[in-house]
Design a protein around this ligand. Structure first.
Ligand SMILES: [Zn+2]
Length: 378
């Protein structure tokens, strides 16, 4: 049972301390073993807690956590329907209650809703992650759907993140693989961010990557075990996801974790929605894993066309696309657009045009002009 300053290997502790930011109290324990209330009390004052979860999670873990927290707080449960969307209707439901603090028992959507509602209500919140499925637990932004459009909004960082590894390892394999897919984007995002810095003189910060360095190689080599829900591999994944969230906070935006590969995903989803394609629900991390492979191949090809000094510098942060592919497939995660149930032609179109969707200069810009040039020549 340790706090973040001791749980994360150097240099993470020093980087986080030097940043001068108020960081959540992080506990990663084999099991929280009835210490939920005592741990919550260390970071959350007040008497009334609104515990937000969904119908799937309530019987699995929400009810037990509610009883434990009941030892120290007056706890009101708010149980959302299964697979809730992170929309304003749910934010309003949360805000309709009077509470001193919120406890979020869930993964992506439950946390997005809670961190946004807590931010609006100026109240603290506490996260009990139920799956290592995404890197937003520690970040200061929430991904929300407003008028059918997904966007990112400023939100509260949690006062504490209490991770029960037994519970995380029992999460559905698909959610665990999605967490791996989102973590796969580090090399492609870093290469894009560095490209923009070197060609366009935009700001760049290497600290988020130093945080991840001690864990990434072991995470990627343990991907097969991760696909089986191995506890040690799940612990490494959870650390990478939390540190990725802290990295975004340090960088003042999603730059270190979300570049061209995320633009492809968001653009594809927008195009598919416009065509009213009823595709099967795909998890964010599953889609990001696939788009990361596309991006890594594009970068591998185009980095060679840059001047030698630039090329060498960018290459030093990249990983081979073949390695990233093997990481995903060993985990049993989808590795192609077809495996996601996506339309290949629409995907190819999204890759070619995604550069224009966001004010971020990436290898997608070079890819688009290279393919325009080759079309003009043929
Ligand atoms: Zn992501």
């Amino acid at each position: 049972m340790q706090a973040i300053t001791s749980i994360f290997a150097p240099p993470a502790a020093d980087i986080l301390k030097e940043s001068g930011r108020t960081l959540p109290h992080v506990v990663i324990a084999p099991s929280l073993q009835g210490r939920e209330a005592a741990l919550a009390k260390q970071s959350l004052p007040g008497e009334t807690l609104l515990l937000v979860t969904d119908e799937t999670l309530f019987p699995i873990c929400g009810e037990r956590i509610m009883q434990r927290l009941g030892e120290a707080y007056r706890v009101m449960p708010l149980v959302l329907p299964p697979l809730p969307r992170p929309d304003m209707e749910h934010v309003a439901r949360i805000r309709g209650h009077a509470f001193d603090a919120i406890a979020a028992v869930g993964s992506g959507t439950v946390n997005d809703l809670c961190k946004y509602a807590a931010f609006l209500a100026h109240k603290p919140y506490l996260a009990f992650p139920t799956a290592p499925s995404m890197n937003g637990y520690a970040s200061a932004n929430a991904s929300l759907v407003e008028n059918g459009v997904r966007h990112s909004a400023p939100a509260a960082t949690p006062a504490a993140i209490l991770c029960d590894l037994q519970m995380l390892a029992r999460a559905p394999a698909r959610l665990i693989r999605a967490g791996l897919g989102d973590s796969l984007a580090r090399p492609t995002a870093q290469a894009d961010w560095l490209l923009s810095h070197l060609l366009r003189e935009t700001p760049y910060d290497s600290r988020p990557f130093l945080l991840l360095e001690p864990y990434e190689a072991s995470l990627f080599s343990a991907s097969e075990a991760l696909g089986r829900g191995d506890a040690e591999a799940v612990e490494t994944l959870m650390k990478v996801l939390l540190l990725s969230g802290f990295g975004m906070t340090l960088a003042g935006g999603s730059y270190p974790a979300s570049q061209g590969e995320h633009m492809i995903v968001h653009h594809y989803l927008t195009l598919a929605e416009e065509r009213l394609d009823k595709t099967r629900e795909v998890l964010h991390g599953e889609a990001v894993g696939v788009a990361t492979l596309t991006m890594a191949r594009i970068q591998e090809k185009l980095v060679k066309t840059l001047p030698p000094a630039l090329s060498e510098r960018i290459r030093s942060v990249m990983l081979p696309a073949s390695l990233l592919h093997s990481v995903l497939s060993r985990a049993g995660a989808p590795a192609t657009p077809a495996a996601l149930g996506w339309d290949e032609a629409l995907y190819a179109h999204a890759v070619e045009t995604a550069h224009a969707t966001r004010d971020r200069f990436t290898f997608l810009n070079l890819y688009s002009s290279a393919s325009r040039t080759s079309q003009a020549l043929t």
